[in-house]
Design a protein. Structure first.
Length: 457
């Protein structure tokens, strides 16, 4: 009886501790990793590093000098040599360590064994990046960071840079317009595309950038940000009037570059290789970011007259995509559906959009249109996004690289308030006729002051 009582006294706290750890792992994975997962994974890595590398085929035969030294000093067996390991650096989401590859190895050998390393060391994922020739870095992620997105505290942001999402390797996904000037963003209803767009606008609002919007859903997506927008078109008719003004602004900026650099006035714009960033700061025009929501609405036609207008708008969009970067004009094209069946110019416009972000879509054709020409293996990843994870997307660029990302939650009210606070930032005079009307916010009336009756004799 006493033994049973002792067992219950000891087993109770142990069971409570195990239950608490299981609860923390499910509900608070970051806290669980810092307290339990990090020490356990570190011990596993240190204790099994050599045997795991040998099992994964990442070892090489030792040199003759090493064989002679081992045989002369000890009697133990000479084992294959694994890559030399650097210091283990813990992070809030996992571990980082560098490996110096042995002669004859390449980073692809380590990347091919990433799944084996994940299971051997008990982590959520392992990612391999090349630091320099002969050195790779292993980034071990302890838990699914995309289940509950928490952006890093320190993010390398800057002018025309917006940290908009988190990658699956726990690094921030930064939208850099200077590096990737134009981008295509696709996503079905409730896929998180609007949240992604909301983060972009809120991140650009405090910067000295002119924001222009084309929202053919009567402005329901971009109207809350009207205080910060320099121009807003809410239907194809207004877009047909706004796009020529942007093209004229682009041509005027090319003329400014020509005049500053002494280029002949008759030189075609396509032959000018410099851009507005080479101009002195006091002469440099304000950068422009054009947001096009529901781009398919610009391609739809009902009459012959609409077809002529559509062809003209698509041509102007293609011109902006081809020549806008040097003039400081950048495109963010969004939509639920995008395919070659939209009409003439759709494929040509897509070819100019370097960046690609594909949320959950309703058909495989849209995923192929977004990612098939740059990373065919990413199409399947985009098609497998579950509806239960809004904001999850596959991001890629024309370099062929791609990764899963997820946008954190940002309320519409917070984003709109950021735009209202930044309404004083630079504007473009040429876009003044298209500036949206901003309703005046009602002010709370102060309660009336009731004065006491005067006291008289």
């Amino acid at each position: 009886m006493s033994d049973l009582t002792t067992l219950l006294e000891v087993g109770g706290p142990v069971a409570a501790l195990g239950g608490g750890a299981a609860y923390a792992r499910a509900k608070h994975p970051a806290a669980y990793w810092s307290t339990v997962g990090l020490p356990v994974s570190t011990v596993r890595l240190l204790g099994s590093y050599g045997s795991v590398m040998e099992a994964c085929g990442l070892t090489v035969a030792p040199s003759r000098l090493r064989i002679l030294a081992v045989k002369a000093m000890t009697r133990r067996e000479v084992r294959p040599v694994p890559p030399r390991r650097g210091l283990i650096r813990p992070t809030t989401t996992g571990l980082r360590l560098r490996l110096r590859l042995a002669p004859g190895q390449e980073p692809a050998d380590v990347a091919a064994s990433a799944e084996r390393l994940r299971h051997a060391w008990g982590v959520h994922a392992v990612y391999v990046t090349t630091v320099k020739p002969g050195v790779v870095e292993l980034r071990l992620v302890g838990y699914d960071v995309l289940r509950r997105v928490r952006m890093p505290r320190k993010v390398a942001d800057g002018f025309l840079k917006v940290p908009v999402a988190l990658r699956e390797d726990a690094t921030p996904f930064v939208r850099d317009y200077r590096t990737i000037p134009h981008q295509l963003t696709l996503g079905a209803t409730l896929s998180g595309k609007s949240m992604y767009l909301r983060h972009l606008i809120a991140g650009l609002a405090p910067q000295p950038v002119a924001l222009v919007g084309i929202d053919c859903k009567r402005g329901v997506e971009l109207a809350p940000f009207a205080p910060r927008l320099s121009a807003l078109a809410t239907d194809p008719e207004q877009a047909a009037e706004l796009l020529p003004v942007l093209v004229k602004e682009m041509e005027d900026r090319y003329d400014l570059i020509k005049a500053r650099q002494g280029i002949a006035p008759g030189t075609p714009d396509e032959e000018i290789t410099s851009d507005v960033w080479g101009l002195p700061e006091h002469e440099r025009p304000v950068p422009v970011v054009l947001f096009v929501d529901e781009v398919a609405e610009l391609f739809l036609v009902a009459t012959k007259k609409d077809e002529e207008r559509r062809d003209e708008m698509v041509t102007q969009l293609i011109r902006l995509a081809q020549l806008g970067r040097a003039a400081g004009i950048y495109l963010e094209v969004c939509g639920q559906r995008f395919g070659s069946e939209l009409g003439k110019g759709a494929t040509m416009l897509r070819a100019q959009l370097t960046g690609r972000v594909c949320h959950r879509v309703n058909d495989e054709a849209s995923a192929k249109m977004a990612l098939g020409d740059i990373a065919p293996e990413a199409v399947q990843a985009a098609c497998s996004i579950a509806p239960e994870r809004p904001g999850l997307a596959v991001a890629g660029d024309t370099s062929g690289g791609w990764s899963r990302i997820r946008t954190p939650y940002l309320s519409l009210g917070d984003a709109a308030e950021t735009c209202r606070e930044s309404a004083h930032l630079p504007d473009l005079p040429a876009l003044k006729p298209f500036r949206p009307d901003v309703p005046v916010r009602p002010t709370e009336s102060a309660p009336p002051v009731v004065l006491p009756h005067p006291v008289t004799d």
